[in-house]
Design a protein around this ligand. Sequence first.
Ligand code: PRP
Length: 179
Amino acid sequence: MHEDVQKVLITREQIAERVAQMGAQIAADYQGEPLLVVSVLKGAAIFMADLVRAIDAPVEMDFMAVSSYGSSHESSGVVRVIKDLNGPVEGRHVLIAEDVLDSGLTLNYVVKMLRSRNPKSVEVAAFLVKEGAQRAPVECKYTGFACPDEFLVGYGLDYAERYRNLPYVGVLDPKVYLG
Ligand code: PRP
């Protein structure tokens, strides 16, 4: 375990098992129809990479980047698109792969934006959903794990851009951010 991690919340093995289940469920639900999996950079890239490999169906990938104004670890609700998707979503089944649903402000905005482009459907697969943290409504069809509203790192989640590459999800030791 990394010295800055207080405790491991979800192990590498638990992640692999759950993501495989999610992929199988998604493949079953879309019944062979082509799917565009979209992720919001950067945190979701790790989950997306694992999830698409667990979906046995025709899948394409696209990426967007947004920035929320406000402090570095709290969403303000004002979302700015830094990088839009490369291709159109009109008439396509879109699945947004997100690493963590926290306040919900980012996803609420992204879902609305993509729905306005006339896709066939838009659904959300969130690897983590922080319990009791949502301030904006987001319908999340696929959830990896419910987790406590703590400072989590690993499997894409960062603190000051670090720890994304940890293969597990852990609680960051407060000494790291309290100094
Ligand atoms: C994180 C995460 C989600 C968002 C969730 O991204 O990847 O996109 O916050 O928070 P919310 O539900 O409160 O809106 P972040 O802005 O930290 O960027 P990153 O993916 O590059 O780490």
